[in-house]
Design a protein around this ligand. Structure first.
Ligand code: ZN
Length: 249
């Protein structure tokens, strides 16, 4: 991995060295190496995306062909790698992943992108800091979304730190622009959402973070439900929250 990074740096230096500008052969060779490195990087991103698809699928977060995941391509922030429609997440292979630009035009792939692609495009356009998105239907979090309950109770330190407050986004017809439009008012301040009568959505700098948020959201929903069966959750006090924010500002 270190030699991979070094090679990438050497290529960038050669391409920006004005004294070598006129040497067409060096430029051609360097560009070819850069392209090969980018291809390798993209393959690794796809493998990672697949790993988290399978992992969340094994936890029962997708049923049938539902749910969708995407990653911003590292070589070009205006391109994303996204899961296709109508394929079970447990059966997804590398070749199924599609590359599109931020306008939604397909650049690579033999399948059609997820029907929720509008939501993914909207988020990447509005939030430059976001590198990955996970949309799933985990049963406990979706139960809260179906009951019209948000998950913004300050109860568990880990949930506060990983998720923050989780708003309930008003219902919208799936796959339409209505969905990202309803999401928009929460998008600046939040990275985890419940979609009313639908499911859950988490964002992250990378797929590890987006996926971790989805797992934490599902666990949090489960814990709150159990706490309510046992008489109701006890909120952290202001003093406890102040202490927590000092440790993890
Ligand atoms: Zn959905």
């Amino acid at each position: 991995m270190e030699s991979f990074k070094n090679l990438e740096k050497i290529c960038q230096n050669v391409l920006s060295d004005s004294s070598l500008k006129d040497n067409a052969l060096i430029e051609l060779i360097t560009q070819s190496i850069c392209q090969a490195l980018n291809k390798e990087k993209e393959e690794n991103l796809k493998k990672n995306l697949l790993k988290f698809c399978h992992n969340l699928n094994n936890q029962g977060f997708f049923s049938g062909t539902s749910g969708n995941l995407s990653i911003r391509a590292s070589s070009n922030p205006n391109e994303i790698l996204i899961t296709p429609s109508a394929v079970n997440k447990g059966e997804l292979i590398l070749d199924d992943i599609i590359k599109v630009n931020l306008e939604g035009d397909k650049i690579q792939g033999h399948r059609e992108p997820t029907s929720e692609i509008k939501m993914h495009l909207w988020i990447y356009q509005k939030r430059e800091d976001i590198g990955a998105i996970v949309h799933a239907h985990p049963p406990f979090a979706t139960g809260f979304a179906a009951a019209g309950r948000s998950l913004d109770q300050e109860v568990l330190p880990e949930a506060i730190l990983v998720l923050g407050k989780v708003p309930l986004v008003e219902y919208a017809t799936p796959s339409t622009w209505e969905l990202p439009q309803n999401l928009d008012q929460y998008l600046k301040e939040h990275n985890s959402f419940l979609l009313a009568n639908h499911g859950a959505l988490t964002l992250g700098e990378n797929i590890e973070q987006a996926s971790h948020r989805m797992e934490t959201l599902e666990l949090f929903a489960k814990v709150i439900l159990i706490a309510r069966i046992l008489g109701g959750e006890k909120l952290l006090t202001k003093e406890q929250l102040d202490k927590l924010s000092k440790i993890h500002p």
